[in-house]
Structure formats: structure tokens, C-alpha cells
Ligand binder design. Sequence first.
Ligand SMILES: [Zn+2]
Ligand SMILES: [Zn+2]
Length: 328
Amino acid sequence: MTPYLEIGGDYREVLPGVHLVELPLPFSLGLVNVYLVRLDEGWLLIDCGMDTEACLEALTRALEGLNVAWTDIRQVLVTHMHPDHVGLARKVLDRTSAQLIMHRREAELLAEVAGSPLHTRFEDQVLADSGIPGDLVDKIEASFVDIRRTFCRLDPAWPLGGGEQIPTRLGALQVIWTRGHSPGHVCLYNAPHRALFAGDQILEHITPNIGFQPDHDALGEFLSSLERLAELDVDLILPSHGAPFRGHRAWIEQTHRHHAERCAQIEAALSPEPKTAHELVGDLWNRRLSPFHHRFAVFEVLAHLEYLKQRGRLEARRDGEALRWSLA
Ligand SMILES: [Zn+2]
Ligand SMILES: [Zn+2]
């Protein structure tokens, strides 16, 4: 029995008729929060956890404790397609016959990844462009095989585009499309309680990872979606990882500063000579990363490189297989 089987399944009421349920994850984030929100009839479940026995057991335990039958769950909304949020969705939907709600863009991305579980074409291209040596590319791909196998295609009965209102006992939840961490990530805003179900968009002690895609300004999109969230009056942030917290504007300011600093570090590292994204990871992290973490570091660097390129501050030139970045 792995240690994480012991944890998870704890729940608490964080707003009237809203229960936060902690589900265990087999990696360093530790736990993912899913939320049960009372509807006029039945419940809405926000996010599902990972496709593991441990998650399913923990969710089952919490539902029993709350006296909620699987079939009382009438709607399932997934904030985005990462495996810790969507992994268990298929099993939950089988048990509940609930209506699945997710952003249209996210359903498309999931279908693409689920259709080619071992690797996706854009990922192969990105790893080659980054200048990562071939043996490390193989290790990176091997470290993702198990996760990719868990992806399965989902067809939302209610595909979102942003701006929709989901009626609950708490009042309406307004869907806010917040691109960047993932292209179809959504947050849910409840104006009467000034509460924001933030998904992975705002996490208290963690800088959300930016979901880089080629020729896509994911960091720019992430930062501008934060700007839109800053305009809302929010008293309580209900994140997908970590405890609920307050102070979304301070968090947003600090996150803007973090990315500005990263951009400055990258420009400084490129000032002596052009470099590949892989070489920049070596400069910025000066410690050895596992292949799994190295891949995330490369993608994070690429999100910043693309952001700077689209603002005319950097350019990229092809050098053999790889792209070499320099100050414009
Ligand atoms: Zn995520
Ligand atoms: Zn997450």
C-alpha cells in the first residue's frame, strides 16, 4: 500500500451548502480539492480528482459522510483537463449519470491528447525545438506515458464558452474563461458570497504552471485573465490545491512581479549569447531536475520566450534541429 492511500477524503463546509473535499494525489502537490455545491435539487461536483483507486475511495468516503448518493450528483463541472481534475470524471459520470460541463476548448484538447496517448505531435516538435538531447527526450516521454494513458475523451453535455451562469442554492456561479494554465480553464464566480472557485488559476503558495503551446502567447493570456479576475470583488478564493484564502489582488500583483522577474532573468541570460530553451533551463534552475520536472521547466521557459517574442523583445533562429533565442 502506498502512503498516499491513507490520506484524503476529509471534507468541510466552506460556504453554506458548499463542501470542500480533499482527494489524494500520487505526486508532490499532495491533494486536490473538489467541491460539492448544493443545487435546488441534488449537487454540483466541481472537479473529480485523479483516476486512482485512492481518489475514488476518498471521494466515496466523503459522499457517505455527507449522506450524498452518487445519483444525487446532477452536474459535474471540470475546471480544466489536467489529470488531477478530470482523471476520475469517466467513473464519476458512470456512477451518477450527471450532466458534464466543461469548456469547449478543453474538451477538444482532451480529445487530441486522448487520441494519441504516447505522445502528441506538438509535444515532439516542442521538445526537438527546445534543443533537449535525444536521450533526455526519451526519458521525458517515458515519464509521461502512465499519465497520458489515463486521459480519456469526454463530451460535455453543456460545452462552455465563458459568461454562462450556473444556478445553485448559493446563487448563480458565473463562468469566467481564464486561459493560460490550460487553454480552456474556467473559474466560477459567486457574486452574493464574493467567492471564486479558482481551479489552478490562483493557488496560494504555488505559481501556477503556464500551459505553453507553440505560437501561442499562453503567459500573456494567463496574465490578462488575472487582470479580469482582479476587477472582481472576491472575499474568498476556493483553490484546487491548498486551503481557501483571501487577498486575490495581492496575489495577482505578486504573480505579475514573479513573471516580470523571470522575463528579466531570461533576457539577462541571453545577453552574452543566443541559447536554446534547454540551455536556459540549465541557467535558471542550477540544480538537476528529474526528466518529468525538466519538461515542465522547459515549457515554462518557452511560455516566457514566446511572451517576449510577441512583444518584440526576443527573436528565435533555427540552428539545426533546435531554435536558438536571442535579444531582438
Ligand atoms: Zn492544472
Ligand atoms: Zn491541479
